[in-house]
Design a protein around this ligand. Structure first.
Ligand SMILES: *Cc1c(COP(=O)(O)O)cnc(C)c1O
Length: 417
């Protein structure tokens, strides 16, 4: 066993004690045991600075934004729009107006399907997805397919969960209009070779949407270096509030797209005869937005960047490697997803013990994991299971968390023997 202290001088320069102290929820006990939180891929916990930023806004700085002539509203507007610039910088977009604030990644994908897809796709056009997409990146395309008579093609993954590049390339054709793909799989952890995918898709004349929910919190993302046409992520997975997320789109694409929802803020002028629409980004932001969520996201981005992606990736990779090695030592356990490039997500099944039963026993040990299909039923089907247990790691996890996970799995095995 590698004790935490052995790791103190490891190349990852993340000050784990400080980071853990920043997350008040980690001081909780669950069933009398310290919380061991291994479900950050579903939603990450919040550092004190995010909690404080949101409550301070409501205490001293809150007003509706964009239309106010008075100071409170103008300050809130400035804070909210400042976050758009932070997001631009985080993903290296060219313009802040290319970063649309929405409820989350799901809403971003639906926006692209309903606005871009409805306007620019027609019968017989093809969309390529992969076998390991989140339902958020499947269902909006199926809805559009049924409306427009499109074809959806599915790129397969190999037994290790890595994308079969030859099979993907063979699916591309002059009819391919869009490739929509996860950056890092929430279900099994695979990191997709998105740079290469985008290059191949563009050569075939297709646009590319990347679902970056599990990438943005854990690695540097540069939408311009990738040349992504659309890129989505959710605030709550990068230690920010729920109900706020980002759709990045290239300005020329977003400009050409019709508005999606109608309402306040997205208009320029309204009469009963004719309405003219606002410019980007407001064109796609009808109604009062999640003001506190957006400003909280800004605090989360600052927080993550103060730690730095090099330190984050180093730490999380060390956790993944350590956990993978430990879980491989349990003979009854099978890891689902063993691609060479992986995010810090470990999906597994244990003999014929149902994942929910494992999850329940782990919970009694204070270990919070996710069990089920992880909103990726086709991915489960690909690997011949209906559900897995999933442990996912974040900046605040330590090696002791891995040891507790392993000990709790061994306890479950004893109980079910
Ligand atoms: C969480 C997640 C989504 C959905 O994000 P929401 O925040 O629920 O909109 C989509 N794709 C992946 C890969 C995810 O992890």
């Amino acid at each position: 066993m590698i004790a935490m202290s052995d790791r103190a001088g490891a190349p990852d320069s993340l000050d784990l004690n400080r980071v853990r102290a920043d997350f008040p929820i980690l001081r909780q006990t669950v069933h009398g045991k310290p919380l061991c939180f291994l479900d950050s891929a579903a939603s990450a916990q919040k550092p004190q600075v995010v909690i404080d930023t949101v409550s301070k806004l409501y205490e001293t700085g809150y007003a509706n934004i964009h239309r106010g002539i008075y100071k409170l509203s103008q300050d809130a507007t400035e804070a909210y729009e400042g976050v758009r610039e932070q997001v631009r910088d985080l993903i290296n977009a060219e313009h802040a107006k290319e970063c649309i604030f929405l409820r989350g990644a799901t809403e971003g994908i639906n926006l692209v399907a309903q606005s871009w897809g409805r306007a620019f796709l027609r019968e017989g056009d093809e969309i390529i997805l992969t076998e390991i997409e989140h339902h958020s990146n499947i269902v909006p395309w199926q809805m559009l397919r049924d409306e427009k008579g499109l074809q959806i093609k599915v790129a397969p993954v190999g037994d290790d969960g890595a994308l079969d590049m030859d099979a993907f390339a063979a699916l591309l054709s002059p009819r391919t209009r869009l490739v929509a793909m996860v950056h890092v799989s929430n279900a099994i952890g695979t990191i997709m070779p998105v740079e290469k995918i985008i290059e191949l898709a563009h050569a075939a004349g297709a646009k590319v949407l990347i679902d970056g929910c599990q990438a943005v919190p854990h690695m540097p993302v540069d939408v311009r270096a990738l040349d992504a046409d659309f890129y989505v992520f959710s605030g709550h997975k990068i230690y920010g509030p729920t109900g706020i997320g980002v759709l990045y789109g290239k300005a020329e694409l977003l400009d050409a797209m019709p508005p999606w929802q109608g309402g306040g803020d997205m208009i320029s002028t309204v009469t009963f005869e004719k309405t003219t629409y606002n410019e980007l980004p407001q064109k796609f932001e009808a109604g009062t937005p999640n003001i506190a969520g957006g400003i909280g996201l800004g605090a989360a981005i600052d927080y993550v960047r103060s730690i730095g992606f090099e330190a984050i990736a180093g730490h999380e990779t060390a956790l993944l490697d350590y956990a993978t090695e430990k879980l491989r030592g349990i003979s009854q356990l099978r890891i689902i997803g063993t691609a060479p490039e992986k995010g810090a997500i470990l999906s597994f099944v244990v003999d014929d013990i149902h994942p929910h039963d494992i999850g329940t026993i782990l919970d009694r040990e204070g270990v919070a994991v996710r069990t089920g299909h992880h909103c990726a039923q086709p991915a489960m089907e690909r690997f011949g299971v209906t559900a897995t247990v999933r442990a996912s790691f974040a900046i605040y996890n330590d090696f002791n968390d891995v040891d507790r996970l392993v000990a709790a799995i061994r306890k479950a095995l004893e109980i079910f023997e």
